[in-house]
Design a protein around this ligand. Sequence first.
Ligand code: ATP
Ligand code: MG
Length: 567
Amino acid sequence: MTNPEPGETAAPEAGRDFIRDIVAGDLAAKKYPQAVTRFPPEPNGYLHIGHAKSIALNFGIAQEFAGRCHLRFDDTNPVKEEQEYIDAIKADVKWLGFDWGKHLYHASDYFEQLYQWAEGLISAGKAYVDDQSQEEIRINRGTLTEPGKNSPFRERPVAENLDLFRRMRAGEFPNGARVLRAKIDMASGNINLRDPVLYRILHATHPRTGNTWKIYPSYDYAHGQSDAIEGVTHSVCTLEFEDHRPLYDWLIENLPVPSKPHQYEFARLNITYTLLSKRVLTELVKQGHVVGWDDPRMPTLAGLRRRGVPPAAVRDFVKRIGVAKANSTVDVGMFEFSVREALNKTALRRMAVLRPLKVVIENYPEGQTEQLEAANHPDDPAAGTRKITFSRELYIEQDDFMENPPKKFFRLSPGKEVRLRYAYFITCKSVIKNDKGEITELRCVYDPATKGGNAPDGRKVKATMHWLSAADAKPAELRLYNPLFTNPAPNAANFAADLNPASLETLRTALVEPAVIAGDDSEPMQFERQGYFVRDKESGAGKPVFNRVIGLRDTFAKETAKEHAKK
Ligand code: ATP
Ligand code: MG
């Protein structure tokens, strides 16, 4: 999926969302020869699934309308930005399936040009150096109901402003001593137009420009001008920037920029049980609530990747939710639906026992084993089959047995017959317990006539269970994940209170069939009846570790919602 070059035929599917409608309309009206978009992350954290919505929108428009999409790092705040984040963001965009080709840019590429334009604004009497403290600026900005107060430095002569601004650049003043502000209107109904800050003094080392700069442009000053330099036509961002648009336009009108981009806003993605704020995600990492940015419980793209979520599932999800102008929250179940859909089609089926219970088949000869045929994918014969071993000693799931079952329990219990998948019918004869009264073993018998899982006399059983042969079951650590938060709408201001203490359950005594260990390293598998699993990066030869990507059915959301309602 590379950016097509201009002139390649466009095949827009009209009417999919209001932004694509605008792009289609502008191209039809020949307003631009080509649609140019950009994805502009600030490299101050890892990308999350909310960013995926923006990536898919911006790169999607470029693909669908034969335009191009730039990846531009909005690297204007060296205090919070790091090379690690720049590298991670690139890797994540690629993983998601998008390619910026040669169009990789940085706001820092434009620092000199932005500086020159700022001098131009000063010369035109449209910007001034303000010596007020940050606090004074904040107070004098006014409120939504009260106009702001002009700075005592607002009428400084042009020559003095130029001199001070050049000395700011030269590093003569400490952090916070002065700022450059646009001279717009301190009484504007839009607070963003009350002489916004364009430059601040910051003695910090920048990942790309090192110590060259002692002043850095604000987001508002850098963003639109970077768009204009790159020839971006449709500058798509989230709704919180709607009130910044008049400033975006003011700067474009008042600077000699080479093109006039237009900003459009769409609703950011919110998901239940999830916080999509880089500030919160950074805190989760720093405070050790998770093991890192790629913790499989994190909504980061790195976390989803490690969790085993296929990139196609993320693309499918953001396509399904669409792009709207009003903020809303999407049920996490919708995301999980896309994940299951993607995995169900491709994941090979395997057997694993999460919490093993030993079964001895009393009428199966000691020392004997046999190889049975098991399908790798029930809906896809092309996926082939594999051999699994049957023997006298087996393991089943503890949950699949009840000594005193309620009426509707159809799995194994004393006297009951069930099917072991791909093997035989077995009947439970007796239960062996330790001195604490815990069940340690079941004694069962099998019916040799039911090989393959069907009885020649046509008798039915109500349950088919997965199992493993003790002869070749392999130990593995399985990590089961639940949402990080128990509150469907976690409180970003006090997220620690909403953390789910049971977000990770580690099963250290699980068993898996040999094909799981021998299989492809990176592809998720379905452990029958238990969900989709993928090998974790911590997995080693001596200690295989698998993450549960997702269960086969949605149980958490419903149960947690019930619990939450009771509180
Ligand atoms: P946060 O608020 O989590 O710190 P941000 O918006 O400040 O994120 P940026 O790196 O500036 O992070 O975001 C890059 C782009 O991704 C922006 O255009 C932003 O609007 C968009 N974006 C960020 N979060 C979401 C979201 N939840 N849904 C859709 N788009 C988003
Ligand atoms: Mg931002």
